[in-house]
Design a protein around this ligand. Structure first.
Ligand code: AMP
Ligand code: FE
Ligand code: FE
Ligand code: ZN
Length: 279
């Protein structure tokens, strides 16, 4: 299976497989490359590169960066970002602390709903990764209050859900600036999932502002997008001169999609790379 999967997670955030596992799997699949895009960290990139050395698999050093619009999550992928960039590193550190604080509040909400999860167990499940809602969801499944992560999100944890607490994050335009100032390109991840619980649609004006701030691409091709959403964001990409990207958003066993479930051709990676640091 030739092509590049530009959106993957590992145990360095809320995936269930290690970056090394992902590299082995990608090589087995015959992929040309994968982007390592864990939430608000680039901690796994060096290990992914070491694992891929000599295999022919290319690694795009990246992250999936958290932003928010009035309490609703917006994710922005950064490719070829420098993890040492001070402003980006500061915001990632702040997000790590913010995620911890917020997970404690979510645990309290579950406790208030009579579900006896403990923050210590959530921390254990997260290990060294920034704590995400899937870690809390796994703890809720463990105590028998739901059958699956998906059920926990549907009943409690989606944006606007009764146990959710939003994390404070930057505006999406600021996210674009931070990723670009760190030498990377910024790509709006899965715009169709915005406010999926409430049926909200991400405002066009915000996507236009992100494009005006120098955003490079938009992930129109995501496994959770409907055909109508794919068409909508492809049209928007054409209108705003954005590169259309694809990625599986692989998370191991916490989500259904397989590694390599959505890929782009090498020409797309080259088009992204050519726009690095475009002013
Ligand atoms: P957080 O980064 O803590 O805000 O959590 C967001 C993460 O939760 C996403 O990156 C997904 O991995 C996961 N997630 C969001 N919605 C769902 C859902 N409906 N089912 C399963 N996982 C989800
Ligand atoms: Fe995730
Ligand atoms: Fe995401
Ligand atoms: Zn993702």
């Amino acid at each position: 299976m030739p092509g590049w999967d530009l959106h993957t997670h590992s145990t360095d955030s809320d995936g269930t497989t290690t970056v090394e596992d992902n590299v082995v799997r990608a090589v087995q699949l015959g992929l040309d490359g994968i982007a390592v895009t864990d939430h608000d960290t680039m901690a796994g990139v060096d290990r992914a590169e070491a694992a891929a050395a000599g295999t022919g698999l290319a690694i795009v050093a990246g992250t999936e960066f958290s932003a928010e619009l009035d309490g609703v999550s917006v994710h922005v992928l950064g490719f070829w970002t420098d993890s040492q960039d001070p402003a980006l590193a500061d915001e990632m550190d702040r997000l790590r602390n913010e995620r911890r604080r917020r997970a404690q509040q979510i645990v309290e909400k579950f406790n208030g709903l009579g579900i006896a999860v403990s923050f210590e167990r959530v921390e254990e499940l997260a290990g060294n990764a920034p704590i995400g809602r899937p870690h809390v969801a796994a703890a809720v499944v463990e105590v028998g209050a739901a059958a699956s992560t998906r059920e926990v999100f549907d009943r409690f944890l989606a944006d606007g859900g009764p146990a959710n607490v939003p994390k404070h994050a930057v505006h999406p335009v600021r996210a674009v600036e931070l990723l670009q100032d760190a030498g990377g390109v910024a790509v709006l991840a899965h715009p169709g999932l915005f406010g999926s619980r409430t049926g909200d649609v991400m405002p066009d004006a915000v996507i236009e502002d992100m494009a005006a701030a120098g955003m490079t691409g938009i992930e129109a091709d995501h496994p959770d997008h409907s055909d109508a959403q794919r068409r909508r964001y492809r049209d928007m990409a054409a209108a705003l001169d954005l590169v259309v990207t694809a990625g599986s958003d692989y998370h191991g066993s916490t989500k259904e999609q397989a590694l390599g479930a959505a890929t782009v051709a090498t020409a797309v990676v080259e088009a992204l790379r050519a726009r690095r640091n475009r002013s």
